[in-house]
Design a protein around this ligand. Sequence first.
Ligand SMILES: [Ca+2]
Length: 378
Amino acid sequence: MDEAEDAGVSDIPDAGSAPSPAADSSVALDAASDTGPQTDPCSTDCAYGWQRRLTIDGSQVSEALNGFPVLVRLSDAHLAAHAAPSGEDLYFTADNGLMTPLDFEIEHYAQGELVAWVRVPSIAAGIDTTLILGYGDGKLGRANASAVWSDFHNVWHLAEDPSAGDAAIRDATERAHGTAHSSMTAQASVEGIAGRGLAFDGIDDEVTFYNDLWGSGPSTFSGWVKQAGSLGEYGTSVLSVGDGNQDGSARFVLSHADDGRVKCGFMGDDDLTTAVLPLDEWKYLSWTWDGQVSEVYIDAVRVLGPARHTGVATTGLVGKIGSSSFRFEYFMFGQLDELHISTTARSRAWIAAEYANQRPASTFIKVSEPVPGVLPGG
Ligand SMILES: [Ca+2]
């Protein structure tokens, strides 16, 4: 990599008086060693900006994962000093010598604080995988959110102001933007697990969306929940789709149901786990359905299943976040973030990697010091 970095620096066209390459090189080295990378001349003259190596800890990945969306959270003075003001010039590549561009979405960027999702084509088990984060090369607009989530059905980051009108709650797949109802104001936007999340009042707050997840096929519902309790008679819903009143016609994740326990499944055929979410603490809830059996995980620990279901036939156009799409009231009392739906049953290893990556105080990714960039894409 040292050779590649050197090549990148010496390849820079010199618009000035064309000092010798040797002189350029020694100036850059002196500046870097004397005052650190932030004052390296490359920060103003280098055509290729800056790059950081992101190292995914292979010991936290127990089986090979394909198309995995990695959450990158970084708060960094160098990024603040050298990236475009709204992060428009950020990009990610594979660390494969070719700088192959990776699809990414920026959920949040401001003053060096970055929350981004990067689709990594393959992550090996037990071996570190490295990526490149680049910025400061003046090229804009390389993010491609919907491509990051090509293997997902719905992805709500819950990063938006819910009072901003119809369809304000964006689905990163572009499939089903949500609309917040009732009393949800800008104050419902709260600090979440990845950037912002949404707070629900337990009385009438909900976000509705168009559901097109029908039939009996597999799904994984996942999301972060910071439970505050339950104000209603029946409990609280995280995510619920389908509005038919027949058994099997709706599928849902309830974070606080009978005796405060987590309940997942289908109308008329659901599963009550023995687990109760602690209050006021972010927990990662995942429910997988493979078409035959359900499994439920809290913080990637299985708390139910495999549990068999029959007669599943989800129907209806109604989908709700923080409420139920079927006939009983389950208004969420607490905070939610990162609600994702897949139409596959994710593996235990996938869920464990998501939890390791997204959890507070995660050690899943290490970020290197900045080095002058090399040309992406070759
Ligand atoms: Ca979020």
